[in-house]
Design a protein around this ligand. Sequence first.
Ligand code: SAM
Length: 277
Amino acid sequence: MSGTSEPADRELIGEIRSAYEGSAGGWAAGPAGVYRRLAVALVGAAPLPLDGKRVLDLGAGTGVASEVLVEQGAEPVGVDLALAMLTHEREQRPPGVVADAQALPFRDGVFDAVVAAFCLNHVPDVVGALGQCRRVTRAGGILLASTFPSDDEHPAKAAVEVALEGFGYRRPDWYRTLKDRLATTSGDAPALEAAAGTAGLTDVRVERLEVDVGLDDPRTAVGWRLNMPHTVGFVAALVPEDRAALHARAVAALTGALPSSVPMLVLRAQVAGPPTD
Ligand SMILES: C[S@@+](CC[C@H](N)C(=O)[O-])C[C@H]1O[C@@H](n2cnc3c(N)ncnc32)[C@H](O)[C@@H]1O
């Protein structure tokens, strides 16, 4: 289901869903280590304690933010577009629902908070998704969301992409759209702040944080880039010798000093009204 009316956007969401449906194993093996540290920083930016709170983990993926929330004593419920991401190691996961952020299947005000870790950067209608977050959160509750700023250029990104191109890789169209179109809102602090205001959220603040995610290790950096949903299928389809050669070439390309950290935008906002609990 999707709340987006534009056919091109529905098609985009379908392509994003398919990419993530094929990515759960890769995500858990590579990017999840990086995103776990980002989730710790995001949840740590909450303006109030989340213990005992019912929290929607929007775009839950393989569950790194849910894990951090559980460690803080919160009770998360995951939502994700891709069933495979949501059911990865599902015995150890909190409850989850497959849904689009733009059309959440929950009653008004049922959550105390929404945490959306790197979900909004995939959503064509950011105002619509933020409006849904506001609707399902009780008065006095909070929204916490992270995205990557569009000027984030960790050197591993370009170096690994050049290595991939040497084997015939080309960015999929959906990923180009994320970077070229959707990031003009999700990756721009003033635009993201304005979107949250338009969606009816209050006390909106967007801050840029630098988070140490251990990317100064070339193997970690290559594992991150080669297991992303826009690369993992291409890599898996290579014959084993080429896959090994790609890996070696990508690691060799990262010989200089690599930054250990990446920047992230953190959006904090409130749902207006006195607390209802
Ligand atoms: C970059 S991953 C982040 C996953 C997880 N939050 C983390 O930090 O590791 C983005 C996740 O958002 C999900 N997603 C993308 N578009 C979505 C949408 N419109 N509604 C719900 N989930 C979406 C993807 O399937 C994917 O699991």
